[in-house]
Design a protein around this ligand. Structure first.
Ligand SMILES: [Fe+2]
Length: 254
């Protein structure tokens, strides 16, 4: 474990297809994932956990989930995955039912606990936390024995300043923030979905989003627009005093 506390690596929005040569939004997601994982390998050697915040697969294919699982396992880290709007929940849960990288609820990281939430509404682009998922969050917080927590879900419950994306985030942020505000151990909410980097604060929490390994979206755009920038991943150093050091690493040569 690094002296700065446990290190968590986040990737998001890998958007794989059954066909590894398939293109989406002008890029080949498989190639960009492979390049990102090569760049992550030296970081993984000093990391303690892995987080994937959804849109694992673009077409819901079992072959896509299987290739992604094998690729993530090569980092040799325990990890959590959670579905995004492009995922097939049943296929995702089947592929990540067991092993060090799973669709489990929590991942312990020293004095921190990572809690994953499922915001997928089948057939819809925006996210929603149903009553069962909110109850599962209540149980996870009640069972949590660590000093600090991070909560991760695909859809941001906060605006990122890009209007078309802010219209398709989590459609019921209020009950989530109500719960998190009641538990001061929760220090951050970590998301995917927006295919860009974001680092903000809301209601006393740190709020983060992380670039896709697939195509990037253009920050500040009023309608769908891609950004030709490179893929990336995020690292978090989870400090013993409850602070968070973090940054995004962009992958060159893709
Ligand atoms: Fe996505």
């Amino acid at each position: 474990m690094p002296p700065n506390g446990p290190r968590l690596l986040q990737i998001s929005d890998t958007h794989l297809f059954a066909d590894p040569a398939a293109e989406q939004a002008g890029v080949v997601p498989e190639l960009r994932l492979r390049a990102t994982l090569r760049a992550m390998a030296p970081w993984a050697a000093t990391a303690d956990g892995l987080l994937h915040t959804g849109d694992l697969v673009h077409d819901g294919s079992p072959a896509g989930y299987q290739r992604l699982r094998e690729a993530l396992l090569a980092l040799d880290l325990p990890g959590l995955v959670m579905p995004g709007n492009h995922d097939d929940r049943d296929q995702l849960q089947a592929a990540f039912a067991t092993g060090p990288v799973t669709a489990a609820r929590t991942l312990p990281l020293g004095e921190w606990t990572l809690i994953g939430l499922d915001s997928l509404q089948t057939g819809e682009v925006p996210g929603h936390l149903g009553e069962a998922e909110l109850a599962a969050l209540d149980r996870a917080l009640a069972d949590c024995t660590t000093a600090y927590c991070l909560v991760a879900l695909h859809h941001p419950p906060f605006p990122v300043g890009t209007s078309w994306l802010d219209a398709i985030g989590l459609d019921n942020p209020a009950p989530l923030f109500q719960r998190l505000a009641a538990d001061r151990r929760v220090r951050a909410v970590v998301c995917g979905h927006v295919h860009m980097a974001f680092d903000g604060r809301l209601n006393g929490f740190r709020t983060f989003a992380t670039p896709a390994t697939a195509a990037q979206f253009l920050a500040g755009a009023e309608a769908f627009a891609t950004d030709r920038g490179p893929p990336g991943f995020r690292w978090f150093d989870l400090r013993a005093d409850g602070g968070i050091d973090t940054g995004v690493v962009r992958v060159t040569g893709v």
